[in-house]
Design a protein around this ligand. Structure first.
Ligand code: NDP
Length: 447
């Protein structure tokens, strides 16, 4: 069998065994495609069922989450934790609370997390979890009761050396607080290393809130510099207005860019003179409002509920909302309107078609597993602080984050060049992330 046939046979089997999970298939297909050139050069990576083991989670947990709403009615949600790969360290990856959550989505996120965590250079394995619970429109008391029920089951499976969850879509400071409180009560220990994204007075790390957005901008800055450009004077579009988007907007503007648009699931905002970041934080983080609330108070901003944010001309696009939000047609529009750099703050926001357009047209593209790794990297720094009972300053932690993002860009670019695909950061990130995990798995035997 040649490498193409070998990889096709792995993929066909994966489709059969994981039916009805299109996002998981998409994430695996992209990685396997990149690995063909590795298998051609270093055939030992095809030995000992390595690739098949890498695509099969070590453990998948699905559990019932019953809770009582404010009317006294019983609600039932489904909880998930996929512990994908622990060759490099304890499973590490966020929890997502969103009605769209299902096993396939958690598996795609967990699979991506393996390579992302490897790229950070820190000792963390890959996992992901969540629930189809929707925190939107729920009272604080309902969110608390849900989190307590969710953690009652999850607590049996996590721990500082086993699995360390964090936030993701729908899981922010409030949810992490309720989850940690219930864990602490159940195990009767203040085991701070069990969750990251904690509050600053009880084991949290400075910069964790900002980390994914700041890290995204640091990596994009490196990519732009490699092609003779910078954020200064550029026009940037950011999708979403959650944790990642807000801090990407803040850092990009700090570096001299004008962020001319952002969004949420109710519409997108055009703001030619830039974003009022303090107002955006107040609306989104404090009031839990919608983009319309921002527009009603911001000067010169307009709300659009039709068309796409990707139709607006910009120099740099940073998709920071959710998976598959930017398709081939959007990619064509971005290129035709002058966009030359795209970096993913969200996980897999670009479809396979969109990535192909970026490749064909020469748009410089940084995939999420490299570009948004700053969040998990800073979570690992939070774990280091917890382990040594220390807390670092904002400046020091931010410097560590900046250095990690620069290294990720360098390793990604180097891996692409080593395999004859200079400038292809998708291939570079997949290969650089893969090799470290693969070497550890080979060293540790068939388990
Ligand atoms: P948040 O819940 O804080 O924010 C998500 C944002 O995306 C919200 O503004 C939400 O709007 C918007 N959104 C969701 N779906 C859509 C849609 N279909 N169209 C337009 N906007 C939409 O999540 P995060 O910022 O934490 O996460 C965003 C992405 O970044 C996810 O893909 C996540 O996996 C990834 N990520 C997050 C990390 C982190 O540290 N938080 C780390 C690495 C990756 P609305 O409120 O209307 O739903």
């Amino acid at each position: 069998m040649n490498v193409d046939e070998q990889v096709s046979s792995y993929y066909d089997l994966l489709l059969k065994r994981n039916a009805g999970e299109p996002e998981f298939h998409q994430a695996v297909a992209e990685v396997l495609d990149s690995l063909k050139i590795v298998l051609e050069k270093d055939s030992h990576y095809g030995d000992y069922g390595l690739i098949q083991r890498l695509c099969e989670p070590e453990r998948q947990l699905i559990f019932r989450v019953p809770w009582v709403d404010d009317n006294g009615d019983v609600q039932i949600n489904r909880g998930f934790r996929v512990q994908f790969n622990s060759a490099l360290g304890p499973y590490k990856g966020g929890l997502r609370f969103h009605p769209s959550v299902n096993l396939g989505i958690i598996k795609f996120l967990g699979f991506e997390q393996i390579f992302k965590n490897s790229l950070t250079g820190l000792p963390i394995g890959g996992g992901k979890g969540g629930s189809d619970f929707d925190p939107k429109g729920k009272s604080d008391a309902e969110v608390m009761r849900f989190c307590q029920s969710f953690m009652t089951e999850l607590s049996r499976h996590i721990g500082e050396y086993r699995d360390v969850p964090a936030g993701d879509i729908g899981v922010g400071a409030r949810e992490i607080g309720y989850l940690f409180g219930q864990y602490r009560r159940l195990v009767n220990q203040h085991e701070s290393g069990v969750l990251t994204g904690k509050g600053l007075t009880w084991g949290g790390s400075l910069v964790r809130t900002e980390a994914t957005g700041y890290g995204l901008v640091y990596l994009t800055q490196e990519m732009m510099a490699a092609h003779g450009e910078s954020f200064s004077g550029s026009k940037v579009t950011v999708s979403g207005s959650g944790n990642v988007a807000i801090y990407a907007i803040e850092k990009a503007q700090e570096l001299g860019a004008t962020v001319i648009g952002f969004s949420d699931s109710s519409g997108w905002v055009e703001c030619p003179d830039g974003v009022d970041v303090e107002l955006l934080k107040e609306v989104k983080e404090v009031r839990r409002g919608r983009v319309a609330d921002y527009v009603s108070e911001a000067e010169g901003a307009t709300l659009h509920t039709d068309g796409s944010i990707w139709d607006k001309p910009c120099d740099v696009a940073l998709p920071c909302a959710t998976q598959n939000e930017l398709d081939g047609e959007h990619a064509e529009h971005l290129f035709n309107n002058g966009c030359r750099f795209v970096a993913e703050g969200a996980n897999m926001p670009s479809t396979a078609d969109a990535i192909e357009v970026f490749r064909e047209k020469g748009v410089h593209f940084a995939p999420g597993k490299a570009a948004n790794a700053g969040g998990v990297a800073t979570s690992a720094l939070e774990m280091q602080q917890n382990a040594t009972r220390d807390s670092w300053s904002f400046e020091y932690t931010d410097q560590r984050l900046h250095k990690i993002m620069s290294n990720i860009f360098r390793h990604t670019a180097d891996a692409a060049a080593e395999y004859g695909r200079e400038g292809d950061y998708v291939v570079g990130a997949n290969i650089a992330g893969f090799k470290k995990v693969a070497d550890a798995m080979l060293a540790q035997g068939v388990i």
